[in-house]
Design a protein around this ligand. Structure first.
Ligand code: GLA
Length: 393
């Protein structure tokens, strides 16, 4: 289903349910080319918004009620702005968390009618959750003219996930959702929050995601554990270098000096993060020089690090990377996002995508008995308001 058809479907449902015309917002999923598990360590990331999206149809109400219909789940919640509490419906908490943050920040607004739905696969590591959070924050800011700046929208959306949903995620996903720019990847320095766009404009190249179609339940607890292991490393090294605040302030030499004081696991985690920041900077240089070969080789190193040192991969992800690793038409391949399932990201020559995808699907099915899904993505804009009649969505 193309974007316009999808948007119209959401809008029509809204009109049918509430009998009025909504404002429409398009909120994208994301990829990350390199820089994984670095955001909460104050390092660098290189994400982009993509053409898998959620549409939010919304209108203000005169009272304090919020009525939200989740199209794809055919599910509904209703609540009052005055009393925002955790819902037993998981999807609703991403939205309620945003309302909660806006209220805590002192913004005054009434309730709203809403329908949302889209095509970002859930649990595939493409940040459908950030798309909901940042998408709603953006939409409420618009329909109630709250005058919140973009960075504050990002931070409140991240906090919604941290405090209301209970996942201690970093800032990458919400940031790229708001700041994404078509045709560009974005280098974010998660310490200073400075950003720089790099064009990703290779005519004959596609960014293809191979979705393992598995999502191991460990993901959230392991994610929080990795954060703790990194903090433990920082804490130890701080004993010798008091100015250190995060792994970003630690060099490999400093880490090696402290190796005897760290457990083997903590050492490996820290080493990965420090090396990954370095790799990302090199990857951006390669991108500026249109050198995809070097860029892809760095992605491969990232996968090795995530698999062996950071230990957030799984057999399905490793298998998918292994399948294409020596293919001359594939520049780079690695697991993407939090890990323990979800997708690999692959930079592939356009004319080879179909053949490689078919091979990957066949071999994966044969080995695991699971259907791998394939998404050929385009880099798109961050969240924006759209006119649904507009043919050029
Ligand atoms: C998840 C989190 C992000 C980031 C990645 C790993 O997507 O939401 O903040 O930490 O994992 O890079």
């Amino acid at each position: 289903m193309n974007d316009l058809v999808l948007a119209k479907k959401i809008k029509n449902k809204f009109v049918q349910l509430y009998n009025e015309t909504p404002s429409m917002f398009r909120s994208p999923g994301r990829i990350n080319l390199i820089g994984e598990h670095t955001d909460y360590n104050m390092g660098y990331v290189l994400p982009a918004a993509i053409d898998k999206v959620i549409y939010i149809a919304i209108s203000p109400r005169k009272d304090l009620q919020c009525k939200i219909f989740a199209y794809d789940m055919n599910d509904f919640v209703e609540c009052s702005i005055e009393r925002i509490i955790q819902s037993d419906k998981h999807w609703a908490n991403y939205l309620l968390g945003v309302i909660d943050q806006l209220k805590k920040a002192g913004y005054k607004f009434n309730g709203f009618n809403c329908v949302f739905g889209g095509n970002i696969p859930i649990g595939a590591g493409l940040s459908s959750s950030a798309a909901l959070e940042a998408g709603l924050a953006f939409a409420l800011n618009q329909i109630y003219s709250l005058n919140i700046d973009s960075l504050s929208l990002v931070k409140m959306s991240q906090k919604a996930e941290n405090e209301f949903v209970g996942v201690n995620c970093g800032i990458m996903d919400q940031y790229i959702n708001i700041f994404g720019k078509g045709g560009n990847v974005l280098r974010l320095d998660c310490r200073s929050l400075e950003r720089e766009y790099f064009p990703f404009d290779f005519q004959n190249i596609s960014i293809v995601l191979f979705d393992t179609n598995v999502s191991h339940s460990l993901a959230n607890s392991e994610y929080n554990q990795r954060r703790n292991e990194c903090s433990e490393g920082v804490k130890k090294i701080k004993e010798g270098y008091t100015q250190v605040k995060s792994l970003r302030d630690i060099s490999l030499d400093m880490l090696n000096e402290f190796q005897p004081k760290l457990t083997e696991v903590v050492f490996k985690r820290c080493k990965y993060v420090i090396e990954e920041n370095d790799r990302l900077l090199k990857a951006c240089d390669a991108l500026s020089g249109h050198d995809l070969k070097t860029f892809g080789a760095l992605m491969r190193k990232t996968h090795e690090g995530l698999s062996k040192d950071y230990e957030v991969s799984c057999k399905e992800l490793d298998f998918l990377v292994e399948l294409v690793k020596d293919n001359p038409k594939v520049y780079g391949s690695r697991m993407m996002g939090g890990g323990f399932g979800g997708c690999t990201i692959n930079i592939i020559e356009k004319d080879a995508v179909e053949k490689i995808s078919k091979e990957v699907q066949d071999k994966y099915k044969k080995y695991f008995g699971i259907e791998a899904k394939i998404y050929e993505t385009q880099i798109s804009n961050g969240t924006n308001m759209v006119k649904v009649e507009d043919e050029t969505l």
